[in-house]
Design a protein around this ligand. Structure first.
Ligand code: SAM
Length: 403
């Protein structure tokens, strides 16, 4: 199973794990644990409840917060039942987001509060942003800036956040230095889920096995130190950095934290934990929570788009409408935001919903009027259709369809 893992890596991990090494090797042969974040606010808007979800996806609650349930499930059992989670209508509707359990534990330990102003510095594809957004409450002034430096990955991030229907969020594609130039002493919480050598990916990623080297560990550690420095500058007094990696090297984990503590004497370490595939469900993560001393000067409000200045903003909240060749129509994204009102709503039944997600037209069996409809499943928005007579023409974005 792990024949293609480099001997140099195995020696390296043996040195880290010592007497736990055999447990780690055994875990590499065991099957992965899968899970998803279930957004409680969306659940409240839907016509289903948590028991329906647990029953449908054969799940068990692993973590619980006011904003989310984190649920683990057996992927093989779902496959046997013919369920593909990523193609399920409730996934398209943004009720849940798949994320592996140890990554979910990191955000859980960040204890994000409703009114928190949060920066996710290295955010794509978006699991940690989405889990944070479940806890943040826009009605209490909380919001998130979700940043990803790589443009292609930032577009994936934007699409995932859009599907989940959050509108108290700004998605940016900038370097940490560019953000740092704009924001100082600003955020209540900063998540630094740093790029790393990926030692926690050895079970499932052949790429991680191929790319690992001691020099990769060292070069990642240098990048991580720059990231934690940028985060420190953007963090408010009284705020916290949640630093995490999916790797086990001390150089990228404890030593980066020690570096930050040595450089900034107003930082204290509140918690540090290493999750391995043999002691926690999932692939493994390291996380540390660092607190910045000083008097909290109160929460920031969300910057206006003008105040974002030169930053590369990919998404600023959610636009309700767009101008298509001089005609104003609702946006696809707005159908996912539960409190944006639509006059015309069409609830799809069990059969119709798969046709709609496939891109087919829907023949309405009830009376409808001409114009744009928000198409829903279990009361959650999926996308748009344009009614002409009794035909609902499909406007579900081509790139998102189940083909
Ligand atoms: N937090 C994400 C999630 O939960 O879905 C995963 C983030 S992944 C571990 C690290 C991210 O850091 C990648 O998306 C990568 O593009 C980005 N990255 C790589 N080099 C970077 C750098 N020098 N500065 C900032 N981000 C970087």
């Amino acid at each position: 199973m792990y024949d293609d893992i480099k001997k140099e890596y195995l020696d390296h991990v043996k040195e880290i794990l010592k007497h736990d090494y055999d447990r780690y090797i055994k875990a590499l042969d065991e099957k992965e644990t899968h899970g998803f974040i279930l957004n409680k606010k969306k659940l409240a808007h839907s016509s289903v409840d948590v028991d329906y979800v647990l029953d449908m996806f054969k799940g068990k609650i692993l973590l619980e917060d006011e904003g989310y349930h984190y649920i683990v499930y057996d992927k093989d059992e779902l496959t046997r039942c013919g369920i593909r989670l990523g193609r399920h209508p409730l996934h398209h509707a943004g009720l849940f987001y798949m994320q592996e359990p140890s990554a979910a534990k990191v955000v859980h330990e960040a204890h994000i509060e409703k009114s928190d102003v949060v920066l996710d510095l290295c955010a794509s594809p978006g699991g940690k942003s989405i889990m944070s957004l479940c806890s943040i409450d826009k009605n209490e002034g909380g919001f998130l800036i979700s940043n990803e430096v790589d443009y292609k990955r930032a577009k994936v991030l934007k699409s995932n956040i859009e599907r989940m229907g959050f509108d108290n969020v700004i998605v940016t594609c900038n370097t940490p230095a560019e953000l740092n130039y704009k924001f100082t002493n600003y955020f209540d919480k900063i998540i630094v889920d740093a790029p790393c050598s990926g030692e926690g990916m050895m079970r499932k990623s052949m790429e991680a096995r191929r790319q690992w080297s001691k020099s990769l560990v060292s070069s990642m550690a240098a990048t991580q130190k720059k990231l934690i420095d940028a985060a420190y500058n953007m963090l408010k007094k009284g705020g916290s950095i949640i630093y995490s990696t999916c790797t086990f090297s001390r150089e990228e984990d404890e030593e980066v934290v020690e570096y930050a503590l040595d450089r900034h004497n107003d930082l204290t370490l509140e918690k540090e934990e290493k999750l391995y595939p043999f002691n926690y469900p999932g692939e493994g993560q390291f996380y540390a929570v660092l607190h910045k001393a000083g008097e909290d000067i109160g929460r920031q409000r969300m910057p206006t788009i003008d105040e974002m200045g030169d930053l590369n903003v990919l998404q600023y909240k959610v636009d309700k409408c767009e101008d298509r060749h001089g005609i104003i129509i609702p946006t696809h994204a707005s159908t996912h935001v539960d409190d944006i009102h639509f006059d015309n709503v069409y609830e799809l039944n069990e059969e119709e919903v798969y046709d709609y997600l496939h891109g087919d037209v829907i023949k309405s069996k009830i009376d409808i009027k001409n114009g744009y409809y928000k198409m829903t499943y279990k009361k959650l928005g999926l996308g748009l259709a344009k009614a002409v007579g009794n035909i609902l023409k499909n406007h579900y974005p081509k790139g998102l369809r189940n083909l």
